[in-house]
Design a binder for this molecule. Structure first.
Ligand code: ZN
Ligand code: FE
Length: 256
């Protein structure tokens, strides 16, 4: 079984487009479809033919390219069961615990609600890759729009249990502002300081900061670190539940 080839590129102002290609079967999946034209261009550059779109959630900046791409290619559109009404182009609606086969690879669906009520993540165990949409970002996480902080924390906790060497592909290039914010929450974190400096350099050179590795995020991402004593102390939440610490960090980021 051949490894998937993954190609990431920019769409809109700060959305990531991602194509996953299985050379054995010739199948190619677009993770979300923020915009049709950059996806078309990426497919042409690679010489790949679109066969699937894997949708993480219903927001327009993840779905507005679907209709055109589906009409042109006849690709199969797979997306969240909980948002099927909001994504009229779906051929198949899946939820947590469901699996699908892409080429020879098994893809596990994980429920990650909070940013939207039905948001899902796609995890491919044999490739150690996860497509997390707007749930987890590099050094950050999505805004809690349709859910509540406790729900979002549970979703992030589910992702935190994946293998540490899982590569995380996220929906947006928000890492620079995330890094600067994270330093206000945990300025004593040495790994965060190193990563923040690296992110400043990458962004100054116009380079992407994603994908990121889960073990790296566990070390630097304040939204995955509500247990950290220094964070709890700074927020005055020493005795609080993890989700309450998470909620306070999210609240501060919203205001920032
Ligand atoms: Zn979104
Ligand atoms: Fe988004």
């Amino acid at each position: 079984m051949a490894d998937l080839q993954i190609h990431q590129f920019m769409c809109l102002s700060d959305n990531f487009g991602v194509l996953a290609h299985d050379p054995a079967s010739g199948n190619t999946a677009s993770i979300d479809a923020p915009e049709a034209e950059p996806v078309r261009k990426a497919l042409a550059e690679k010489g790949w033919k679109l066969t699937h779109i894997l949708v993480t959630h219903h927001h327009a900046d993840h779905t507005q390219g679907i209709a055109a791409l589906k009409a042109e290619t006849g690709c199969k559109v797979i997306g969240p069961k909980g948002e099927a009404q909001k994504i009229p182009t779906l051929d198949s609606a899946l939820g947590g615990g469901d699996t699908l086969t892409f080429g020879g690879h098994k893809v596990q669906v994980i429920d990650t609600p909070g940013h939207t009520a039905g948001h899902i993540t796609y995890f491919i165990p044999d490739q150690k890759v996860a497509f997390v949409g707007d749930t987890l970002f590099a050094i950050g996480c999505g805004r809690v729009i349709e859910g509540n902080p406790q729900m979002m924390w549970e979703s992030l906790s589910r992702l935190a249990k994946l293998p540490g060497d899982t590569m995380i592909y996220c929906g947006h290039e928000y890492t620079l502002s995330n890094a600067r914010f994270a330093l206000t929450i945990e300025p004593e974190n040495a790994a965060l300081k190193v990563r923040a400096a690296e992110v400043e350099t990458l962004r100054a050179a116009g380079k992407p900061t994603c994908p990121t590795r889960l073990d790296q995020e566990m070390a630097v991402n304040p939204f995955l670190r509500p247990q950290a004593p220094a964070i709890r102390k700074r927020l005055g939440l020493e005795g609080a539940a993890d989700w309450q610490v998470f909620a306070e960090i999210r609240e501060r980021k919203n205001k920032g």
